[in-house]
Design a protein around this ligand. Sequence first.
Ligand code: MCN
Length: 788
Amino acid sequence: MIVPPPPEPGGPLGKALRRREDRRLLMGQGRFLDDIPAPPGCLHAVFVRSPHPHARIGPIDTAAARAVPGVAAVLTGRDLGAIVAPLRMAPPIAGLLPMDMPVLPTDIARFVGDPVALVLAASRSAAEDAAELVQVAWDPLPAIASIAQAKQAAALVDPAVPGNRVSRQGFATPGLDAAFARADRVVEARFAQQRQTHVPLEPRGVLAIWDAGREHLTLRVGTQAPHPYRSAVASRLRLKEFQVTVESPEMGGGFGQKIIPLREDLCIAAASRLLNRPVRWRETRAENLMTAMMAREETIVTRAAVATDGRLLGLTCAMEVDFGAWSFFPANYMARVVAMILPGPYRLRDYGYDVQVWLTNKCPSGPMRAPMAVTSWVMEGTMDAVARELGLDPLAVRRINSIGDADLPFTTATGERYDALTPRATLDAAAAAIGYDALRAGQAQPRDRLLGIGLCTVVESTTYGSAFYRAAGIPGSGHEVATMRVEPSGAVIASCGLMGSGQGYETSLAQAAAAGLGAALDDLVIQIGHSDIAPYGMGSRGSRGAAAGGGALYMAGQRLKAKVLAIAAAMLDLNSAAGLDLRDGVVLRLVEGAWVETGLSLAQVARTAHLDPLRLPPGMEPGLHAVLAYDPPAMTYANSTHACAVEIDPATGALRVLRHVVAEDCGTRINPLIVAGQTHGATAMGLSGAMMEHAAYAEDGQAVAGSFMDYAIARADDLPAFELSHHDTPSPSTPAGIKGMAEGGTMGGIGALMNAVNDALARAGVHLDSGPATPARIWAALQAAKDT
Ligand code: MCN
């Protein structure tokens, strides 16, 4: 596909406009799921869940629950299994073991919170009361609570997965052994990231309305991907897609948790159909923390072959991932990401990895903002380990290895192609902005607090075109479809298959669409989040929204603009549209090198297109609309460098982030204010995860973080004011040069924070190779060093 050149300056692209949606959100006028009144006859749903990490499910006695006034039904897996097919968790990929996940298990519960029954009542309180009366004859089984236990295989999490290992994938360049043979030193480093969960401000929920007369199901549900969600519901409920409408109201965060329907959604949809009543479910915070979806529990050991000057000759990475009881994305995705992202911004020619994915009796895992967010910490922590071992400065080690302009285009050891990447520039900018040299000098002064500086350069995969899925062996497409209609008044309605959970799409996508068409922003609206209004699209994930969705809208606008100008030429009695342009809704003409107004507007052209078609050029279709599908390149990479300064009180382990600088490059920024907001949010998520979040389990597999008293997330006063700078290096291979950026902050935040903590602790001869970096864990590490 030929990618059009970047737009002319002065258009809507690149304007730091305030978000259109914020007015209603800040005024309390947003319409979230709970703001939608319950339809007449609506039932409220509460799930009965397993208190055991692993247990055989005996008979379920629902009599007492059914006797509670207001209770309409108590359903189990036997009732629902008849009308909902199980979720197929691992696609049929060679080397991967497929696993079927029943909507409600009837035989074995695999983790604390596994749902086993569904109570439906006229009120939420009646459903809650009744749920407590459901009697399940549990027969507890030995639980697998860690990878170490999974390896012993005293019990199997899934009978279809012998040895509890769901996948193992490896790779090595042919020159890897030689690289290690010629190394002056081999530096080993270990990284263990703790299990975390997404914590959207608004937990999950769904309102299902089955219309028996029309045999049609309407689901009002916050989803990042309305069409794939609808397809999954339709196929699991054995309906046709035109029998299901998915309407996403405003969404209070998703972070990867709200892409596909999870089991609860399917149960609610099925219950509505079965009982022919509207059914509403609202997840509690405890359910969201313990049972929705988790991520990030990974342990990695790297071995770096280096020369004494710090040059990286080769690297191996052995990763073990604890997936919990199921995974909502293919296990081979892990290895793909380690291949794709982990080598990051360095000239690493020889690389090998071994990725093993294990099942345990914990909450299932799935996509969470920044796939394998740990990779940047791993690579950048390895650079720090190399610097420590060789007595070199960490910044110098990065500079000597960093991919510079002269290296581009660069093909990584695993075949990824970097074109417009600026890691060297962002590294220098972040180091300068934080005052790296002055901080290092300050570290050498006597002080009662330990001062640490952490650097982390991120190469962020964005766009995920279809070629990515083909190459990775993962079913799926990366294209996005945009539609654009200009109504007779000149009002423009544009749409695509994305759905925002806080990204400000109504503003940024409007900017992309208006820039392509040349419409005035105020005349254009983005309509998304409705399966029957928006064209089928892949949804919001993997930082693809700006490039794939924004790109499709931009190109649809350009396609429509060509028609607008052809009509304008006919209206102006010109032979061709050459020398005409549409900007800000006004048709301009190039006269002696200057653009002058023709007196025609988009509205006049639109009126002619719709209502006076005989004035159109011969053979032209009436109306003014365009549909365009855009499949972006396999991958477009953005980059950024985070620099973080922290202070640790050695007496208490208290950690304070003094400053956090981000220098980033996501190509052409559609809306710099939104990019800044996304960087803030993503970085906050990374820092929060590194400092305190922990979806903890006890050794027996019991979930122990079920409220915000146990699961800490950073508050504003835990975080510094972020200091941002930008390098706008347009991508040569996307419309208008746009790259995505929404996840890099999370990766950089984790890496920079952990590296800063370890830089500070190194003053006391201590190293923390596992998260979270809580005061208690920092203090314990300092104490242990003192005691030895
Ligand atoms: N943008 C821009 N110019 C660019 C790149 C991005 O103006 N060059 C804008 C985009 O137009 C979009 C936003 O920044 O409004 C993010 O764009 P992009 O990086 O393409 O990411 P996506 O649109 O694909 O969003 C998904 C991404 C992911 S994967 C998660 S998870 C996530 C996230 O975005 N979850 C979020 N950001 C979130 N923000 C909020 N508030 N809540 C979530 O749940």
